[in-house]
Ligand binder design. Structure first.
Ligand SMILES: Cc1cc2nc3c(=O)[nH]c(=O)nc-3n(C[C@H](O)[C@H](O)[C@H](O)COP(=O)(O)OP(=O)(O)OC[C@H]3O[C@@H](n4cnc5c(N)ncnc54)[C@H](O)[C@@H]3O)c2cc1C
Length: 338
């Protein structure tokens, strides 16, 4: 379907009243292939949009937006201890998680309630509660937007990192992800090391996929503002990753600095803590503000513009740099600022 001059309000979780010149939706992969074979796109005048939960639009988008709506979850292979499933890019991420948990397939339960669509999950290697989606992805199927050819990227082709993948770098904007192949376990080994997850699950009586999902959902609902009520895109910045020796030096100056071992061999700092120490938590500039629940989340209290939110984020970034010498990197992608 093609829509002209369309409002993007329901396509961005900041709830901004912005428009796009054109939005094209594809329910079937073959239709998208046919389209891109005949209309190869050029840089700059198009973008791919899933649920818009990791984006900040500075203004209207003058070009074409491609929105995947491919559905379908299929069991591709089932063995005694694992199952391989494929899933269309247009499915709501948490619906997939719910379904896998209900079937007793393990691997996605810690990633419950992350907003957005399945197709975006590999783009920033979504992660939460000690899990990252990369550990479950076998391959990613995508269409080259320049010529409509189909390609499959293995897990290593995706070059996953912390909130990062090749889809944010050399593959960025060139491929529309249409389907993801996951390998899940049929004998779930729960990952409960994060925070008080184990304790909370034990309180519910049994270590089950369903109980992990329940705890994660409860924790997320109490700690994060609901974008359905207050516009936001989750963590605005990534948690900074620094060397062990830099972390030791920082600890001397800030003994209360929370530090976490990073699976990639470095030390991760809590960006929310750094922002909170600079006095930003709960602060508001017009309708743009820093969440009272979590300093890492920038919120739209109603009528903030993309520029208001961006300007506030830059102020936060500046003060964290001045206090700690740490350059916060955005997790949210800003559209319209070069
Ligand atoms: C309240 C809240 C909490 C959140 N918590 C977490 C969290 O715990 N962990 C976490 O990792 N993230 C979190 N996020 C961020 C966000 O939910 C994820 O990044 C999610 O994967 C984005 O999905 P989306 O469909 O909304 O993508 P969009 O925001 O629409 O797009 C994000 C990027 O992916 C690209 N893209 C989207 N779909 C495709 C596709 N099919 N093919 C190619 N490129 C594509 C877009 O072009 C863009 O570059 C949170 C967001 C909110 C609002």
């Amino acid at each position: 379907m093609i829509f002209e001059n369309i409002s993007l309000k329901r396509f961005n979780t900041f709830g901004l009243s912005i428009k796009a010149d054109r939005l094209i939706t594809f329910k079937l992969e073959e239709n998208a292939v046919r389209y891109f074979r005949t209309h190869g796109v050029t840089d700059g005048d198009f973008m791919i949009l899933g649920g818009g939960s990791n984006l900040l639009f500075i203004g209207d988008f003058h070009g074409t937006i491609v929105h995947p709506e491919m559905e379908g979850v299929f069991v591709e292979e089932k063995k005694e201890d694992y199952v391989k499933i494929s899933c269309g890019a247009g499915i709501v991420w948490d619906k997939l998680v719910e379904q896998t948990v209900n079937y007793g397939f393990g691997g996605l339960e810690n990633l419950s309630l992350i907003p957005g669509l399945v197709g975006a999950a590999p783009v920033q290697n979504i992660g939460a509660y000690g899990a990252e989606v990369k550990d479950t992805i076998e391959k990613v199927r995508a269409i080259c937007l320049k010529d409509g050819s189909l390609r499959e990227f293995s897990n290593s082709d995706c070059r996953f990192g912390y909130r990062d993948s090749a889809f944010k770098h050399e593959l960025k904007g060139n491929y529309l992800i249409t389907k993801i192949y996951f390998r899940l376990t049929t004998r779930p080994k729960l990952s409960l090391e994060y925070g008080s997850l184990k304790e909370e699950v034990n309180k519910l009586g049994a270590s089950s996929l369903g109980n992990v999902r329940k705890i994660v959902i409860n924790a997320r609902q109490s700690k994060l503002p609901d974008p359905g009520l207050t516009g936001n895109a989750g963590s605005f910045f990534k948690n900074p990753v620094i060397s062990i020796s830099d972390a030791e030096n920082m600890k001397k100056k800030y003994p209360k600095l929370p530090t976490f071992e990073d699976p990639y061999g470095s030390i991760k700092l809590a960006a929310g803590w750094l922002i909170e120490q600079c006095g930003w938590k709960g602060k508001r500039k017009g309708d743009a503000g820093i969440s009272e629940k979590q300093a890492l989340v920038i919120v739209n209290y109603g009528n903030a513009t993309g520029k208001d939110i961006f300007d506030l984020s830059e102020e936060v970034k500046k003060s964290v740099f001045e206090e700690f010498g740490i350059n916060l990197e955005r997790e949210v992608e800003v559209i319209g600022i070069t």
